[in-house]
Design a protein. Sequence first.
Length: 289
Amino acid sequence: MTPTPGPATAGPRKSAGSFGWHLGALAVLAVVLYPVIWVIGGSFKPGDEIVGSLQLLPTDPIAANYTRLTEGIAGIPVSTFFLNSTVLAVGSVGGVLISCSLAAYAFARISFAGRNLLFALMIGTLLLPYHVLMIPQYVLFQKLELINTMVPLLLGKYLAVDAFFVFLMVQFMRNLPKELDEAARLDGCGHLRIYWSITLPLCRPALITSAIFTFINAWNDFMGPLLYLNEPENYTVSLGLKMFVDQDAVADYGGMIAMSLVALLPVLAFFLAFQRYLIDGMATSGLKG
C-alpha cells in the first residue's frame, strides 16, 4: 500500500500551492493596473515623451498638464464640460429612477391584460442594436428642432426605454411579499401610495444599482453627445477630450491624459458614495417597521 502523506508532507505542498496562487494573482493585478499607472505617469510627462515612450513613470515629473486645464480648451473653460456632463448624468439618473421604477411596479405588482406580452416585448428590445435606431431618432429630433440640446439625450431616460433597469427592478419587486400591498389597501392606500411609501423604500438596493450604472454610462457616453451636440459650449467631458487632438495643429496628449484622469474623479466619488448601499437591505424582510 502507498503510504498516505502525513502532515509533514502536506504542509510544503499546501504552501507551494498558496505561493503559486498568490504569484498568479499578482501577475493578473499587474496587468490590470498597468493602464492606470500609465495614465497617471503620462499626466506628469511632456507631450513629446508620451507617444512612443516605453517608460512607465516620468523621470522628471511636471504639473504643466494640469495647470493648462485652468486655461481652458479653445477659449472654453474646462468647467463648462464638467457642468454639461453633470447635468446629463444627474438628469439621466433621475429619469431612470422615476420612469423605470414606475414601469417595473406596473409589471410586478399590477395585473392587467397583456402584461406578460408587453414585458416580453420590452425585454426583446435588449436585442435591438443601438445603431439601428440612430438614424430614425436623429431625423425625429431634427424635425422637432431639438438638435444641439440635451433633450435628445435625456428624453428617453424619462420614458423607461432602458429595459435592463426595468427588468432589474421587476425581479426585485416580485420578491417583495404581496401581503404588504394587501395590508396597505385595507388601510385605504392606492397604487401610487403603495409605490411611493412601501415599494420604493424596500427596493433601495435595486435603485442604487441602477443609479450607479446610469451615472457611469451617461458620464462616459460619447456617441450620443457626438450626434446631437454641435457647439463646443454644449460639449460634455467626453467630447471635450476630443478637442485636445486637433488634426490641423499639434495634439496636446499631456493635457488630454490629465483631463481624462480628472474626469475619472466624479465617477469614482459617485461609486464610493453609494456602493455600500448595493448590499444594504438585501437581508431585510417586509416585516421591517
